[in-house]
Write a protein that binds this ligand. Structure first.
Ligand code: 5GP
Length: 177
């Protein structure tokens, strides 16, 4: 299905998003020990803009790690299965680990990843942060520890989120009516 950028409605402006991310960063600064390394795992590609903005405002030493996972095909619904593109993780034993996601929809992706890490990595602490929490679409038993915005069942694009590989570079969040 073709979509056109002129039909995109703004849901959150760049200013609103950045402000909210700064607030979440302050929360993380207050919760984590600012002298201990935090390993932050960015789920590519969608979380990249959120991740890049978030790390700028953190006070603790951050080890930046990236993996590629996806449960969406080219269109606007979850395929119901995980495509693992790159799940190479560093040594996470006894470390504080924070997974950074763009949006939790059905919860499939994060349920898969958290189970995998808990089973294989012996982490000290594992938490999740997401830019958007689409709680109404949840099918798996997973909740973020932190999130910036709750949204209803809209398909959104921008600020890292795509439709058919496009729109990730927008500095705002929009949706197609
Ligand atoms: P889940 O595994 O929770 O069903 O889906 C999570 C992934 O689906 C997200 O990381 C994101 O890539 C994609 N996704 C879910 N909802 C949306 C949406 O509204 N817009 C876009 N662009 N991607 C979404």
């Amino acid at each position: 299905m073709q979509k056109d950028i002129k039909d995109l409605k703004v849901l959150f402006s760049s200013k609103e998003i950045i402000e909210k991310i700064k607030q979440q960063a302050q929360i993380l600064n207050s919760i984590y020990d600012n002298n201990k390394t935090l390993i932050m795992i960015c789920i590519l590609k969608g979380a990249v803009m959120f991740y890049s903005e978030l790390v700028k405002h953190l006070k603790m030493p951050v080890q930046m790690e990236f993996i590629s996972l996806s449960s969406y095909g080219s269109y606007t619904k979850s395929t119901g299965e995980i495509k693992t593109i790159n799940l190479t993780l560093p040594d996470l034993k006894d470390k504080n680990v924070l997974i950074v996601e763009d949006i939790i929809d059905t919860g499939l992706t994060l349920e898969f990843l958290t189970k995998y890490i808990k089973k294989n990595c012996e982490v000290k602490d594992l938490k999740l942060i997401t830019l958007f929490n689409k709680k109404c679409a949840r099918k798996y038993n997973i909740e973020p520890d932190f999130y910036c915005f709750d949204i209803d069942d809209k398909f959104i694009v921008g600020f890292g989120l795509d439709y058919c590989g496009l729109y990730r570079n927008l500095d705002y969040i929009g949706y197609f009516e």
